[in-house]
Design a protein around this ligand. Structure first.
Ligand code: GRF
Length: 201
């Protein structure tokens, strides 16, 4: 299964996919794509000889309006948003419906939506005095963090003393849950039944 991974930051979720033994032989990352010219995730991609592409309107960049065609030409089967901070163009969402997933560092539908990324999420969770947090993997639709949820895992945060502690515990979950969902999709084990996701073992 051919993947395109969209990134904007340090790339720890990209690394968890590249290092995942359960994905070895099941997937190939054809492209790492970012709205940034440089980012930590690009350095990781280079170390694994994965082609990198930046989005934008300048020469040498992939324009957002050509993105869907570009992904089709690479024969991409699954688009993975791993810390990508922009909205995916509507025509890409339409043309790749059911083939775009996102990892979010909270238990959606809580603590999601525009502006809810990175530490903003964990500060909101901390300040709410929530007793659990966690990570969610969901299909992507035209809005931020509102697509059908595929998988979630929660963690007890009653004893935390800072948003950073929440971030640390949730990131460990992210690095497990994202490769696991990719594997389930590669093995065609994810089904939509009455608008709910069912995973067949
Ligand atoms: C992760 O916390 C992810 O949930 C969120 O952005 C962060 C990306 O981190 N969407 P990294 O770039 O994968 O380390």
């Amino acid at each position: 299964m051919n993947l395109a991974v969209f990134v904007s930051g340090r790339g720890s979720n990209l690394l968890s996919i590249l290092q995942s033994r359960e994905l070895a032989g099941l997937i190939e990352i054809k492209a790492v794509i970012s709205n940034k010219i440089e980012c930590g995730a690009f350095e990781i991609a280079k170390n694994y000889s994965v082609p990198i592409y930046s989005l934008g309107d300048k020469d040498g960049l992939i324009s957002y309006k050509d993105l869907s065609t570009f992904l089709s030409q690479l024969n991409i089967d699954l688009i993975v948003l791993a810390g990508f901070l922009k909205l995916i163009p509507d025509n890409v969402v339409r043309n790749f419906k059911g083939k775009i997933i996102n990892i979010h560092p909270a238990l959606l539908p809580s603590f999601g939506g525009k502006g809810m990324y990175g530490m903003n999420v964990h500060k909101a969770v901390y300040n709410s005095s929530a007793k659990v947090s966690g990570a969610s993997v969901h299909f992507v639709d035209e809005a931020y963090d509102t697509g059908t949820i595929i998988a979630q895992e929660c963690v007890d945060i009653r004893d935390v003393r800072s948003p950073e502690e929440i971030a640390e515990r949730v990131l460990r979950i992210e690095h497990r849950i994202l490769p696991s969902v990719i594997k389930m999709i590669a093995e065609n084990k994810v089904r939509m039944v009455h608008n709910r996701i069912e995973v067949s073992e």
